[in-house]
Design a binder for this molecule. Structure first.
Ligand code: FMN
Length: 661
C-alpha cells in the first residue's frame, strides 16, 4: 500500500458536520481583488486556485457584513446586491471539495494607512495606538444592530453556499478593541469585566448560530497576545478563549498576534525572526479551549513543520496565510510527496505592503502568476514556434525569464557574470533576515535545469557572445549599479576607497573579521536590505551610524517591515543621523567624517570612522542594449535592467519576459 506523505496533515476532519478533506486551512487574506463591492473574475481565480490546490477550508477575506464596513474592494454581503457573485464564489470553492467561510470583521478605530480615520466606530473614545484615530463610541442599541447585521450577513452567505463564518477578533480590529481593557472602558453591559467586554463577540456567535443552525461552521480568530501593555496579553487571551468556547458553540479557534500599534509587525512575522514564532504561545493557550479544535497559525511554511505540529498534538488544523498566497498548490504538492516543488513564501510581507500602503491588489515576490490563469503549477502554455532565446543575467529576473521561456519550449541560453546564480539576491540572502530568499532562486534554478536551459556562468557576455547564438529574442536582466553620491570627490570614486554598500558587503562577507571603530552608511536607498547590512556591520564594528538626508529611514519599506527595522536598530543602539549628508574634508584621512544638516548647514563630526559606504539609487546596466537593438535583435528588459526596483518587479517582469518571447 502506498504510504501517504504527511499522513496527519492529510487526515480528514469534521467540523459542524462538514467534512474537511485534510487539515490545511487558508487563513483570511485581504486581496483587494473585489471590484465595486462585487466578486471579480480575478477574485474567483484566487480562491478557486487555492481550493483546487488542495486546501480543505478557506477563510475568505473580510466580507462587508455591515453597512459601516462598505468599501468598493470588499464584497458586499449586508444586502442582496452581490448575491450572484457570492453564489459563484461559494460554488467555485465548494465544488473543489473545499469549505468556504466568510470572515466577519470591522476595523473599528484601527488604521494602518497614513493619516487618521474620521469614520471609525469603537468601544470607547480612545485613540488607535498606531494612527491615533479617535473613534465614535457605539451606543448599546447600535451594537445590537451591528450584531444583527453580522448574523443576517452570515445567513445570506449560508444561502449562497458558504459553509461557515470566522469572526476576526484579533489584530486590533473592532472585536479586539472590545475585548481589550485598554480600548474598552465602557461601563454598560458591553464593557467592564471579561464577560461584558466579550459580549459583542459572544452575542454575534449566538446570533449566527440561531439563524444558521448547527451545521454551519463558526470559527474564532482570537488575540493570542496583542503586544500592547495593558491590553490582551497571554493570561487575558486564555481567559477570553475559555469564556468564548465554554458554551460549545464554536467549531474552531486560532490565535493572532499583534495589534494596531507598535506590535503590528507581529501579525505577519517576517524572516528576521524564527519560524513558527507563536507555537509556544499556542501551547500555553490550548488548555483554555477545552477540546475545541485549534488551528495553528503564524509563519508555518513547510509541510514537515505542519506535520510535526499535528504529530505532537499541538493543534488539529494548520492555518496558512502567506504560504498559500505564494503557492496555492502547497497542499496538493505536500499530499503527493512533492514538497520540494513548493514555491516558498519568503516572509517578506510585500503582499501586505501591496494591500495596505499601496492599496493595490495582492501580489507576491515569489508568485508572479498570483490569481492569474495557469497559476496552479501547471507548465506555461507552449509557444507556437520554438525560438532561440538568450537571457543575460542570472539574477532572479533572468532566471525567471529563462525557466519560463524554456518551459514554453524555447531553446534558452542564460549568461551570468558570476559563477553562481541568484545575483544580488544571493548577496542579500547572506545578510541578516535574508536566508529564506535563497528559495526564490533555488526554485528558479531547479526549474531552469529541468526544462533544459543552457547555463553560461562566470561569463560577462559581450555583444558578440550573444549574437553568435543567433537569437530570435534576447532578455536583458543584467541588474543595476549604485550611483556615487555628489559629496564623494571624483578621485575617491575612482580609487574605490569609499565603495557602494553592496560591494562593501560582498567584501566583508568574505572576511567577517571584527574591526575596531565606527561603520557609517550613507543612506539614499531606504529599502530593507540597507538596514540588514547595518545589522551585520553591528556585529563587526564598535558602532554603526546611518546618515540620511531624509527625516527618517526605511521609507521604501512596508510599515510592518519598518517597525521591525526600527526595533532592531534601536535595540542595537545603531545611531541615526537624519536630515544629514557627509561633507568631504581631509579629516576623513584621520578617521573623522563631517556631516551637515541639509536644511541649516550645521556641521557635526563622526569620529573614529573605520568603514564608510553609500547605498544610493541605482542605474540599469544596459551596455548591451543599444548594440543589440542596432543588430535588429528582439529585445526584452526585465527587473533592474528596466528600472532598478525590488524583488517583486524582478520576478514579475522576468516571468512576463519569459512568456513574451
Ligand atoms: C496580505 C495579508 C492580508 C491579510 N488580511 C487579513 C484579513 O483580512 N483578516 C485577517 O484576519 N487576517 C489577515 N491577515 C493575517 C493572516 O490571516 C495571518 O494571520 C498572518 O498572515 C499570519 O499567518 P502566515 O504567517 O501563515 O501568513 C493578512 C495577512 C497578510 C499578509
Amino acid at each position: 500500500m502506498e504510504t501517504l506523505a504527511y499522513p496527519r496533515l492529510m487526515a480528514p476532519l469534521t467540523l459542524a458536520g462538514k467534512r474537511l478533506r485534510n487539515r490545511v486551512v487558508h487563513a483570511s487574506m485581504t486581496t483587494l481583488l473585489a471590484e465595486n463591492a462585487r466578486v471579480s473574475d480575478r477574485l474567483l481565480r484566487y480562491y478557486g486556485n487555492r481550493a483546487r490546490g488542495g486546501a480543505a477550508m478557506i477563510v475568505s477575506e473580510p466580507v462587508a457584513m455591515s453597512a459601516s464596513f462598505d468599501q468598493p474592494n470588499r464584497v458586499r454581503a449586508w444586502n442582496d446586491d452581490a448575491v450572484e457573485g457570492l453564489k459563484r464564489w461559494a460554488e467555485t470553492v465548494e465544488s473543489a471539495d473545499c469549505r468556504l467561510l466568510g470572515q466577519i470583521v470591522d476595523r473599528g478605530r484601527g488604521r494602518n494607512l497614513p493619516g487618521r480615520s474620521c469614520d471609525g466606530i469603537g468601544a470607547s473614545v480612545l485613540p488607535d495606538d498606531l494612527s491615533w484615530s479617535v473613534p465614535r463610541e457605539l451606543g448599546a442599541a447600535e451594537i445590537r444592530h451591528l450584531v444583527a447585521e453580522f448574523a443576517e450577513g452570515a445567513l445570506r452567505l449560508q444561502r449562497c453556499g458558504f459553509s461557515g463564518v470566522e469572526l476576526s477578533c484579533g489584530h486590533g480590529h473592532l472585536f479586539n478593541q472590545f475585548l481589550s481593557p485598554r480600548s474598552n472602558v465602557r461601563t454598560d453591559e458591553y464593557g467592564g469585566d471579561l464577560s461584558g467586554r466579550a459580549k459583542i463577540v459572544a452575542d454575534t456567535v449566538g446570533a449566527v448560530r440561531e439563524l444558521c443552525g448547527q451545521g454551519f461552521i463558526v470559527g474564532l480568530k482570537l488575540p493570542g497576545d496583542d503586544g500592547v501593555p495593558g491590553s490582551v496579553g497571554p493570561p487575558e487571551a486564555a481567559a477570553i478563549a475559555a469564556h468564548l468556547t465554554a458554551p460549545a458553540t464554536v467549531d474552531y479557534v486560532c490565535f493572532a498576534h499583534g495589534s494596531h500599534a507598535r506590535s503590528l509587525e507581529q501579525h505577519v512575522p517576517d524572516s528576521y525572526g524564527p519560524r513558527m514564532p507563536y507555537l509556544e504561545a499556542m501551547r500555553g493557550l490550548r488548555a483554555s479551549l477545552r477540546g475545541v479544535p485549534l488551528a495553528a497559525l503564524g509563519r508555518i511554511t513547510d509541510p514537515a513543520e505542519a506535520e510535526g505540529i499535528l504529530e505532537r498534538g499541538e493543534a488539529e488544523l494548520i492555518a496558512l496565510g502567506r504560504a498559500l498566497v505564494t503557492d496555492p498548490a502547497w497542499p496538493r504538492k505536500a499530499a503527493q510527496g512533492r514538497a520540494r516543488d513548493i514555491r516558498n513564501c519568503v516572509s517578506c510581507n510585500t503582499c501586505w505592503d501591496r494591500i495596505t500602503a499601496q492599496r493595490l491588489p495582492i501580489a507576491c515576490d515569489n508568485n508572479p502568476r498570483l490569481a492569474e490563469p495557469e497559476e496552479l503549477g501547471a507548465q506555461p502554455v507552449a509557444a507556437a514556434r520554438r525560438k532561440r532565446v538568450v537571457v543575460v543575467g542570472a539574477g532572479i529576473a533572468g532566471l525567471e525569464a529563462a525557466w519560463v521561456a524554456a518551459a514554453r519550449g524555447h531553446e534558452v541560453t542564460l549568461f551570468g557574470r558570476s559563477a553562481e546564480v541568484g545575483g544580488k539576491t544571493r548577496l542579500r540572502a547572506q545578510l541578516p533576515g535574508g536566508d529564506s530568499l535563497s528559495s526564490i532562486y533555488d526554485f528558479q534554478y531547479e526549474a531552469a535545469r529541468r526544462y533544459g536551459v543552457t547555463f553560461e556562468l562566470g561569463v560577462e557576455a559581450s555583444v558578440g557572445d550573444v549574437l553568435a547564438l543567433r537569437p530570435d529574442a534576447v532578455v536583458l536582466a543584467g541588474g543595476s549599479t549604485m550611483l556615487a553620491p555628489d559629496w564623494l570627490p571624483a578621485e575617491m570614486r575612482a580609487a574605490g576607497l569609499v565603495p557602494d554598500l553592496r560591494s562593501a558587503m560582498a567584501a566583508l562577507l568574505r572576511v567577517k573579521a571584527r574591526q575596531p571603530g565606527t561603520a557609517v552608511i550613507f543612506d539614499m536607498d531606504h529599502s530593507e536590505g540597507t538596514y540588514a547590512a547595518a545589522e551585520l556591520l553591528h556585529t563587526l564594528f564598535d558602532a554603526v551610524v546611518i546618515v540620511t538626508p531624509r527625516d527618517s529611514i526605511a521609507q521604501f519599506a512596508s510599515l510592518v517591515t519598518r517597525q521591525g527595522i526600527l526595533r532592531r536598530l534601536s535595540m542595537r543602539r545603531i545611531r541615526l543621523e537624519v536630515l544629514s549628508e557627509p561633507r568631504w574634508s581631509e579629516r576623513f584621512e584621520h578617521g573623522s567624517l563631517e556631516t551637515v544638516n541639509v536644511y541649516n548647514g550645521d556641521a557635526s563630526v563622526i569620529d573614529n570612522v573605520a568603514f564608510l559606504a553609500w547605498s544610493t539609487p541605482r542605474a540599469p546596466d544596459l551596455g548591451l542594449a543599444a548594440p543589440l537593438r542596432a543588430a535588429g535583435v528582439e529585445l526584452h528588459l526585465a527587473g533592474d535592467s528596466k528600472c532598478a526596483r525590488d524583488v517583486l518587479a524582478a520576478t514579475a517582469e522576468g516571468h512576463a519576459a519569459g512568456r513574451a518571447v
